[in-house]
Design a protein around this ligand. Structure first.
Ligand code: PGA
Length: 263
């Protein structure tokens, strides 16, 4: 079956409001000339600027094929949670996606699978598509426990999701040791974990659902390695950090997804 490819740019804590305007306008201009529906399925483009730039970015991408995501959210919809932002608020400014459980959130903000699970449920009830990140650390890979770690994370974050809900999620496999380090998983290493994730979802739900699931790869994806990664059978997109901060490398990765789709 042909799945769409999803290319998302995770800006992390980069770009102020002025730089946001410049980068979004550049991406818009470059994306115009791309044919993003080369096959039966399409290449979907998502940008994830910092919270404070979301409203402005939403205005700039109106009427284009670029979609908006937030990088995080809280699991309650309203209330006395100083400094937090809810799914309902993200939806109201035009977000369609939200990244949840990124390894930097797990590492620096102590997010657990349980908390991420609550966030996923709240995102889904507000009709936001969660891009759910999982991935092993270098230590875990070296000690040969990658599969166990991924299994625990996938089961933990998906716990209690219904058949209908599971159809509306995206999973991003991001080996922690490959994030921002310039080290990428080999296409084979990545594809194997993607297959494992698909198998887990088929066991927890059904093969029909697992077959449709979009599983992105993330971790030092750039204009040079994107095509090979995106050509793998089970890699359905990329969650891009560093290389999404420049419009030329980000659109080049989108171009690689289009080429990979034609294969
Ligand atoms: P990177 O980040 O592309 O800079 O490695 C990816 C991510 O953390 O989503």
């Amino acid at each position: 079956m042909i799945r769409s490819k999803l290319i998302a740019g995770n800006w992390k804590m980069n770009k102020d409001i002025h730089e946001t305007v410049t980068l979004v306008n550049e991406i818009k201009e470059r994306v115009k000339s791309l044919e993003t529906s080369p096959a039966e399925a399409s290449v979907d483009i998502v940008i994830c600027p910092p919270f404070i730039s979301l409203v402005v970015a939403a205005g700039l991408i109106k009427g284009t094929q670029i979609k908006l995501a937030a990088q995080n959210m809280y699991y309650q919809n309203d209330g006395a949670y100083t400094g937090e932002t809810s799914a309902r608020m993200l939806k109201a400014v035009g977000c369609e996606y939200v990244i949840l459980g990124h390894s930097e959130r797990r590492q620096y903000f102590e997010e657990t699978n349980e908390l991420i699970n609550l966030k996923i449920k709240q995102a889904l009830s507000n009709k936001l598509t969660p891009i759910i990140c999982v991935g092993e650390t270098l230590e875990e890979r070296v000690s040969g426990v990658t599969d166990q770690i991924i299994t625990t994370q996938v089961k933990g974050v998906l716990s209690g999701l219904t058949m209908q809900e599971i159809e509306k999620i995206v999973i991003a496999y991001e080996p922690v040791w490959a994030i921002g380090t310039g080290k990428t998983a080999t296409t084979d290493q990545a594809n194997q974990v993607h297959k494992l994730i698909r198998k887990l979802v088929s066991q927890l739900y059904s093969w029909a659902i697992a077959e449709k699931l979009i599983i992105q790869y993330g971790g030092s994806v750039n204009a040079q390695n994107a095509f090979e990664l995106l050509s793998q059978s089970d890699i359905d997109g990329a969650l891009v950090g560093g290389a999404c901060l420049k419009s030329d490398s980000f659109t080049s990765i989108i171009g690689s997804a289009i080429e990979a789709m034609k294969k």
